[in-house]
Design a protein around this ligand. Structure first.
Ligand code: DGJ
Length: 613
C-alpha cells in the first residue's frame, strides 16, 4: 500500500514489514526520510535549507531519492543532462504526484529548462520488495542529451559503515562472492562488456555484519542486461548512499522534443538477515517477474548434447543418445550447437539458420519425430544475436555487425555481434527465429550469446549518437525477446551467455531459466550456485550433471556429488549417456526419479542456505 500525507507532503510506501518514506520539502526537493521498520509517519520532519554556502553545503548533505547534477551538490549524481545552449545543470522542483493502486509517480520539472522527471515506485502485497524507476521527458523544442541516467538513488540509514556484497567472477567462475567494508570514498561495481557480465553483478547488498538470520540487509537489483553501474559512497558525515542504473561509461542518450525515456527498473528491499533477502527475491521472481506462463510450472529434467557431441551432431547419434535418455527418465531432449548451416566448428555458420542437410537429411522433423516417439519433448540451441564472417548472412549484409569502419575488429570466439540497434536486424532475428521455432515440434529453446562487446559502433547511428549503441542494443534485444516469447508462449526459453555472462532480472523477465556456468565441476558449481542464490531463485539456475573427469577442471567427483549439486537448480544431464556403465545407468535413473519426486520443493520451495563459503 502507498499513502500520501498531504499536510507535510510525505509519501509512505508500506510493504509487508517495512516503511519506505520520503517527502517534498518547502523548496520542492525530494528528501529521503526512512527505510526500515514501520513507524508513525507523523513523526517525520525535514530540516529546511538554512544559510547555504558552498564550503559546507546543506544541499550536498541531503538524503535524496534521485540526485541531479548541479548547484552546490558535489556528491555522486544520478542524473546529468545537457541542454541545447550547453547548460549541464539540472534544477528539479516538485510539481505533483499520481497514485494508482500500488503505483506512485512523483513528478518534478526543471526550474529553468523544459525537462520533466518522474520517479516511479510500486509495492507488492505480501512482500517487502519495492520497484523503482525514472522517467524523463523533453517538453521543449530542442534536443536534450543525457550523460548519466540512473534508475534510483538510495540513502541507507545510520552513520556506521556498511559491508557491501557483490561478485568477482569470470567465465567458468561466475558469481563468486566478494565483500568490502565501505568506510569512505566510493565503491564501484560495473560492466563495460555490453552484457550484465561474468565479473560483477548489477545489484547491491549492504549490511553491517548481518548473518543468514539476523541483521538489517538492504538490497537493490537492476533488471537490465547491458552495461550497468553501482556506486556506493560514504561521506564524511557517515551517510552511505547507493546509486545504480545503466552505466554512464560510453553512454549518452539524446531525447528529441516531445520524446521520453524510461530507465530499467530496480527491485529493492530491506529484510532481517541475508536468508530472508534471498527468499523475498525468490518469491518476487516466482510471483511477479518471471514470464507468467512458467511461474507455477515445475521445470522438466532435460538432457543437453553439448558436452557429449559438441558440433558433431547428426540424426543417428542424437537418436542414440535420446533412446538412452528416455530410458533413464529424461523429459526434454535438447540438441545444442552444430545443427545448422556450415556449423562444424565455431568458425562458421552463425547467422545461417537452416538445417544442415548432410547432418539431418530428413530435416529436424526426423530427429524430433524420434524424440517425441520416445515420449520426450524436443529442444534446440540457437545464438540469434551473432554472425560468423564465414556465413551467407555476413556475405549478404556485412554492414549488419557492430564494428568500426576501417579498423580491424577484435574477434571473440570467431564471431561478430549483429547490430541490434537496427530495426531491420531485429526484424531479421524475429522472422528467422519464427521460421525455426515453427518449423517443427520445438518445446524449448536455449538462447546463447557467446561473446562480449568490443568495437562499439553502429553504422546506422550518426557520430553524435554513437554513445547510444550499448543501450539501444539492449532495447533491440528486449524487442526480439518480447516478440518471440509472445509468438511462442509455450516454448520454454533458457538464457545463456557462455555460461552466466548475462544472468540478470532483465533476462528473467522474458526467459524463466538461465544456464549458470560452463564450469559443471560439482565443487566449483556449489560455490557458483551459492553466489547466484543471493539474488535469484534456485528455480532459474540451470545445473547439469556432467562427465567425469570434468571437462573444465579434470576433477573426479562421485556421480552422487554431481547430482547433489545439480539437484539444487533445475537439474539436467550433459554427460555422454553412451559411456554410462550399467551401474551408472541405474544410479542416474534413480537420481532422476528422486528429483522428480522432490522437484516441487527444490524448484519452488523456500530456500535456506546452510554453511556458506
Ligand atoms: C556456450 C554455452 O555455455 C554452452 O553450454 C554451449 O551451448 C556452447 N556455447 C555451444 O556453442
Amino acid at each position: 500500500m502507498i499513502f500520501y500525507l498531504e499536510e507535510n507532503r510525505i509519501f509512505v510506501l508500506e510493504t509487508e514489514n517495512t516503511h519506505y518514506v520520503f517527502g517534498i520539502d518547502s523548496a520542492g526537493y525530494n528528501r529521503h526520510l526512512h527505510w526500515g521498520a514501520k513507524c508513525d509517519p507523523a513523526d517525520y520532519a525535514f530540516t529546511e535549507i538554512g544559510d547555504e554556502n558552498s564550503n559546507h553545503s546543506m544541499l550536498d548533505e541531503y538524503r535524496q531519492e534521485l540526485t541531479p547534477f548541479g548547484s552546490t551538490v558535489y556528491r555522486t549524481c544520478d542524473l546529468k543532462a545537457q541542454f541545447a545552449d550547453g547548460c549541464r545543470e539540472v534544477a528539479l522542483r516538485y510539481t505533483g504526484y499520481r497514485l494508482e493502486d500500488d503505483t506512485l509517480r512523483v513528478a518534478f520539472a526543471d526550474a529553468y529548462y523544459p525537462l520533466q522527471v518522474r520517479l516511479g515506485y510500486r509495492v507488492y502485497p505480501g512482500l517487502d520488495i519495492i520497484k523503482r524507476w525514472v522517467e524523463v521527458e523533453n517538453t521543449g523544442s530542442a534536443p536534450i542529451s543525457f550523460e548519466r541516467l540512473f534508475s534510483a538513488g538510495f540513502s541507507l540509514p545510520g552513520m556506521d559503515p556498511y559491508t557491501f556484497e557483490n561478485t568477482n567472477g569470470a567465465w567458468g567462475g561466475e558469481f563468486l562472492p566478494c565483500r568490502t567494508v565501505l568506510d569512505g570514498g566510493n565503491l564501484v561495481y560495473e560492466s563495460h562488456r555490453g552484457a550484465s557480465n561474468h565479473n560483477q553483478s548489477p545489484y547491491f547488498i549492504a549490511h553491517r555484519g548481518a548473518t543468514e538470520t539476523r541483521g538489517a540487509v538492504y538490497f537493490g537489483s537492476l533488471a537490465y542486461s547491458g552495461n550497468f553501474k553501482v556506486i556506493a559512497g560514504r561521506d564524511l558525515y557517515g551517510i552511505t548512499r547507493v546509486s545504480l542504473g545503466m552505466n554512464d561509461f560510453d553512454f549518452s542518450h539524446t531525447l528529441e522534443p516531445g520524446a521520453h525515456l524510461e530507465t530499467p527498473p530496480v527491485y529493492c528491499g530491506k529484510t532481517e538477515g541475508l536468508g530472508e533477502m534471498s527468499r523475498q527475491m525468490n518469491r518476487f521472481c516466482l510471483e511477479h517477474l518471471l514470464p507468467s506462463r512458467f511461474r507455477a510450472e515445475t521445470l522438466p529434467v532435460l538432457y543437453n548434447s553439448w558436452e557429449a557431441t559438441e558440433f558433431n551432431v547428426n540424426v543417428a547419434d542424437q537418436t542414440r543418445l535420446a533412446e538412452i535418455a528416455a530410458g533413464i527418465g529424461v523429459e526434454l531432449f535438447v540438441m545444442d550447437d552444430g545443427w545448422f548451416g556450415a556449423r562444424n566448428n565455431d568458425r562458421a555458420g552463425l547467422g545461417d539458420w537452416f538445417v544442415n542437410p548432410a547432418k539431418f537429411p530428413g530435416g529436424l522433423d526426423e530427429l524430433i519425430g524420434n524424440v517425441n516417439a520416445l515420449g520426450m519433448d524436443f529442444g534446440l540451441w540457437v545464438e540469434p544475436e551473432m554472425v560468423n564472417v564465414n556465413s551467407h548472412l555476413y556475405q549478404a549484409h556485412p554492414d549488419w555487425t557492430i564494428e568500426i569502419p576501417g579498423k580491424p575488429h577484435a574477434e571473440g570466439r570467431n564471431q561478430r555481434i549483429l547490430d541490434l540497434t537496427r530495426r531491420e536486424v531485429q526484424d531479421y532475428i524475429i522472422e528467422t527465429m519464427t521460421n525455426v521455432f515453427s518449423s517443427a515440434e520445438i518445446s524449448y529453446v536455449k538462447w546463447d550469446m557467446n561473446r562480449t562487446f568490443t568495437d562499439y559502433y553502429s553504422g546506422a547511428l550518426p557520430p553524435e549518437r554513437q554513445g547510444e549503441v550499448a543501450h539501444r542494443y539492449v532495447l533491440g534485444l528486449y524487442r526480439c525477446m518480447r516478440e518471440l516469447t509472445a509468438r511462442f508462449p509455450d516454448i520454454l526459453f533458457e538464457g545463456c551467455s557462455a555460461g552466466g555472462n548475462r544472468f540478470d532480472l532483465g533476462i528473467l523477465s522474458y526467459f524463466p531459466q538461465i544456464w549458470a556456468s560452463d564450469d559443471t565441476d560439482a565443487l566449483c558449481r556449489a560455490e557458483i550456485q551459492t553466489g547466484y542464490s543471493y539474488g535469484y531463485p534456485m528455480s532459474v539456475v540451470s545445473a547439469h550433471v556432467s562427465a567425469c573427469p570434468n571437462h573444465q577442471t579434470l576433477r573426479v567427483t562421485p556421480l552422487e556429488t554431481r547430482f547433489a549439486v545439480a539437484a539444487f537448480g533445475i537439474c539436467g544431464y550433459e554427460c555422454n549417456f553412451c559411456d554410462l556403465s550399467r551401474e551408472d545407468f541405474a544410479a542416474v535413473k534413480a537420481q532422476i526419479a528422486l528429483y522428480k519426486q522432490w522437484r516441487e520443493v527444490l524448484q519452488k520451495g523456500r530456500f535456506y542456505r546452510g554453511r556458506t563459503f
